[in-house]
Design a protein around this ligand. Structure first.
Ligand SMILES: [Zn+2]
Length: 133
């Protein structure tokens, strides 16, 4: 993978081609918290694949992205939405929801532990969720 400014720019360019598909898939709702009428951004679910793909991306709001990228700023009550997004039709949303629930469970949020305990995902999605923190 290329690195540095050029590499990042190239990546953003590649990702921007997915915007139309993501707008359609999400119906312009944040794919995690379901917020509508806010600016949505393309977020690649880590670990980042060498070749970007729509399936590896989520279309999410700024609030969700900031808390994903900065776990210390996570507001547990803002993530009750995971109850629904865990069973989204989009595997990337399932994987990211599972991962966020694990973070919440580690913060002793019992509702999150309970959701995880009863979660039923494809093994591949679960592996994906566990492939990063
Ligand atoms: Zn959101």
């Amino acid at each position: 993978m290329s690195t540095g400014f050029q590499g990042k720019f190239h990546r953003q360019n590649q990702l921007s081609r997915f915007a139309k598909d993501l707008v359609r898939r999400s119906r312009s709702h944040c794919e995690l918290c379901d917020k509508h009428g806010v600016k949505l951004e393309i977020f690649e679910v880590p670990p980042i694949a060498e070749e970007p793909s729509v399936d590896g991306c989520l279309f999410i709001c700024e609030g969700c992205r900031k808390q994903i990228e900065n776990p210390k700023k996570m507001i547990p009550s803002a993530w009750r939405c995971l109850n629904n997004s865990l069973y989204s039709e989009v595997p990337a949303a399932q994987a990211m929801s599972f991962r966020m629930l694990k973070r919440l469970a580690a913060k002793k949020e019992h509702w999150a532990s309970e959701l995880l305990e009863h979660a039923y995902l494809d093994p591949e999605v679960e592996d994906w969720a566990n492939a990063a923190d």
